[in-house]
Design a protein around this ligand. Structure first.
Ligand SMILES: [Zn+2]
Length: 378
């Protein structure tokens, strides 16, 4: 108490504190008088400051010059919960800018509650690469933009080991897409060269490959994709939908949070086709693609896809649709994609997420399954 008062400022504090001593005022004044005399008598400026300022002055100094930044930041930028953040931010530079932008953001996010959904729906579009059906790639992306449905793009960093994606104009295109539609696109690392290297579960780029090479592929691919799109990926989509524990270790070491293979694969390898956590990652298996016949490239008919979706939502409250953009190379096929997106949007109260967003929510415990679907803390 005394410290606060004295640090607040000299003039006001002097009278109340002396007032408390009214009974011995005479003595006090005598003492003061002596001190003043001493002070006037010599080089006693320091002596005068010592007795009077030992508490007040000392504390005042601490919260003034030394702690000035800290105290100032806390009180000015601390609309309640911001303390920890502004502490971290204030330590660096840009105290004003950082604190000013952070405060409203935190305040806006603050009233979070659990929201119930019939289900969570995720779309994953694989094989993003240069020099291959670029018009179709753009048309598929545009369909997601038009429908306002988020999608995770699986980007191949070194197609066939020949073309680094950073040498193409796809990177510029992807950056523009993301800038114009920040809530639609997530960029994920889709393997390395996208070549079949092992016979693991019917053929895999990563599964069954020696751990050191997997680690090198993940590191180099991550660097390349980060250069390309300007942000570090947190989701990995293995080519041919399969991976093994060494892949998970390599991804975990590189800071990935989420991996998305196929439901049929995780059922074989991990014993489940639902979302699960293992090896430091959230695993988000997909329910399948559009193609019914890989030899002819024929699509499932819309009713089949819709039924698969309905069943998945009823069973698990979660549906993860995989697709390859290059398959949507006719107006009819693009229209089928659009109609499926509209069907899903019209199903009920579904929450769209990217693969990484779902992974992050599951990792944080801010999305969880309920009896009727999922609830999300947001
Ligand atoms: Zn692929």
């Amino acid at each position: 108490m005394q410290r606060e008062r004295s640090s607040r400022g000299g003039s006001d504090d002097t009278s109340p504190s002396w007032g408390n001593w009214s009974t011995s005022r005479a003595v006090a004044w005598t003492l003061v008088g002596s001190v003043l005399v001493l002070a006037l008598a010599g080089f006693a400026t320091g002596v005068l400051v010592m007795p009077g300022g030992a508490d007040g002055g000392g504390v005042g100094d601490a919260s003034g010059p030394t702690g000035g930044g800290v105290v100032g930041d806390v009180t000015t930028t601390a609309p309640t919960t911001d303390g920890s953040r502004s502490g971290g931010g204030a330590a660096g530079d840009g105290t004003d800018g950082g604190a000013a932008t952070e405060s409203p953001a935190t305040t806006a996010e603050e009233p979070k509650t659990w929201t119930e959904y019939d289900g969570i729906v995720v779309f994953r579009n694989d094989d993003i690469q240069p020099y291959y059906r670029s018009e179709t790639m753009r048309a598929v992306d545009q369909t997601f933009v038009d429908e306002g449905v988020p999608v995770t793009l699986g980007v191949i960093p070194q197609v066939n080991g020949e073309h680094s994606i950073t040498e193409s104009d796809v990177c510029t295109y992807l950056r523009e897409r993301a800038r114009e539609n920040p809530d639609i696109f997530e960029f994920s690392l889709h393997g390395y060269t996208h070549e079949k290297r092992t016979d693991f579960h019917g053929g895999s780029e990563f599964g069954g490959l020696d751990p050191t090479t997997q680690r090198e592929f993940v590191e180099d691919g991550t660097r390349t994709l980060t250069d390309c799109v300007g942000e570090r990926p947190t989701t990995f989509v293995p080519p041919m939908d399969s991976y093994d524990e060494a892949t998970v270790d390599a991804l975990s070491a590189e800071g990935y949070t989420t991996v998305s293979g196929a439901g049929w694969f995780t059922a074989d390898y991990y014993g489940t086709s639902e979302v699960f956590q293992q090896g430091g990652l959230v695993h988000v298996p997909n329910d399948g693609g559009f193609v019914a016949n890989w030899t002819t490239g024929e699509f499932h008919d819309p009713a089949t896809l819709e039924q698969r979706f309905d069943w998945a939502i009823e069973d698990e409250g979660l549906y993860v649709q995989m697709l390859h953009y290059q398959d949507f190379d006719t107006p009819e096929r693009l229209e089928q994609l659009r109609e499926f997106l509209q069907y899903v949007k019209g199903y009920g109260d579904v929450r769209f997420m990217t693969v990484g967003e779902l992974g992050q929510h599951v990792a944080d415990g801010t999305a969880r399954q309920t009896d009727d679907g999922w609830e999300v803390y947001e």
